[in-house]
Design a protein around this ligand. Structure first.
Ligand code: FMN
Length: 185
């Protein structure tokens, strides 16, 4: 497992090839996500997968969320349209809040994060790359999304593609500064 954790990284759409992703591969990734832990087993992760011509619908929805009437809507459409076109698939990530609210919301957001990490860790095995993107206008408005249920919030998107990317360093701060061991009273 440590091998996959070490190799996991953000790979951006500019490094994706134009090879389509088989439906079965995406299903495997969602199954990996679905094995994430969740308090009271609420399993609060949901995904919407846009592939092939379905990507046009995503562009449309993004623009709707951003606001077509805004002055820079054209530039935003172009920026995101390019990344979407470069990706063989884009997943929208949703928090599906437990209707009974049996656990605090933060626990369910954390569980969605765990699910996305499972998916992310699984990419290397298929030669896929990708990354979690959370544009401010999606998450700043806290995830209202066309067609989403009232208890659902979009937590961003995951761009996916077969990747041909250079190995770049992924510096991290020293882990020793992020842990405090308590060994006696
Ligand atoms: C919840 C979440 C949201 C993120 N949103 C963005 C984003 O909007 N734009 C972006 O470039 N990267 C985004 N990232 C990816 C991080 O920038 C990336 O994970 C970080 O730089 C570490 O790089 P690595 O994934 O290669 O280890 C996001 C990551 C997480 C976990």
């Amino acid at each position: 497992m440590l091998r996959y954790i070490t190799r996991r990284r953000s790979v951006f759409p500019q490094f994706f090839t134009d090879q389509p992703i088989e439906r079965t591969v995406i299903e495997d990734l969602i199954q990996a996500a679905n094995l994430a832990p969740s308090h009271r087993k609420t399993e609060p992760w949901r995904f919407r997968v846009y592939q092939a011509a379905g990507r046009d619908q995503l562009k449309d929805e993004l623009l709707k969320v951003y606001g077509r009437e805004r002055e820079d809507a054209g530039a935003v459409a172009e920026k995101f349209g390019k990344k979407i076109a470069q990706s063989a698939a884009v997943l929208l990530i949703f928090l599906h809040r437990d209707p009974q609210e049996s656990v605090p919301e933060w626990e369910e957001i954390a569980a969605v994060g765990a699910a996305v990490e499972n998916l992310w860790l699984s990419l290397d095995q298929y030669g896929l790359g990708g990354y979690w993107s959370s544009p401010g206008f999606v998450c700043g408005g806290y995830g209202a999304w066309p067609g989403a249920a009232a208890n659902e919030r979009c937590l961003g998107m995951f761009y996916l593609g077969y990747a041909d990317a250079p190995d770049l360093p992924r510096p991290r701060g020293d882990w020793r500064e992020k842990v405090h061991f308590v060994t006696e009273n």
